[in-house]
Design a protein around this ligand. Structure first.
Ligand SMILES: O=C(O)CC1=CCC(=O)O1
Length: 105
């Protein structure tokens, strides 16, 4: 199952830059792990914002939640999730996540 996810990141104003940098590093590592198992399919930055849009694949909403909460930055993320259903006129009906991410992590 595929999900369109919008995330906005808001660190507390008083968080030191070294803590932010460490979180960004751990976030990149975890994102890479989730990508390697087909859960994080695509990720785009929203220009000018600490925000992103992504395509995520998971067996169901519970598995998606487990993946999102596994992100080191999750405590500072507001996420809006849109489950995606198939459209009969989709020009690429087998893309992007068929056969990927049948489990949550
Ligand atoms: O957009 C961000 O910086 C937060 C994030 C979520 C997944 C990821 O790789 O980065």
């Amino acid at each position: 199952m595929e999900f369109l996810v919008r995330m906005k990141v808001a660190f507390p104003g008083e968080m030191p830059e070294s803590d932010r940098a460490e979180l960004r590093k751990r976030e990149a590592e975890r994102a890479s792990e989730l990508a390697s198992v087909g859960v994080l399919v695509r990720l785009w930055r929203v220009p000018g914002e600490s925000a992103n849009w992504g395509i995520w694949a998971a067996a169901d909403a519970t598995a998606l939640h487990e993946s999102l909460t596994s992100l080191p930055m999750f405590p500072y993320i507001s996420a809006k999730v849109y489950p995606l259903a198939r459209h009969p006129n989709d020009p690429l009906p087998g893309e992007p996540a068929d056969g990927a991410a049948t489990s949550g992590s």
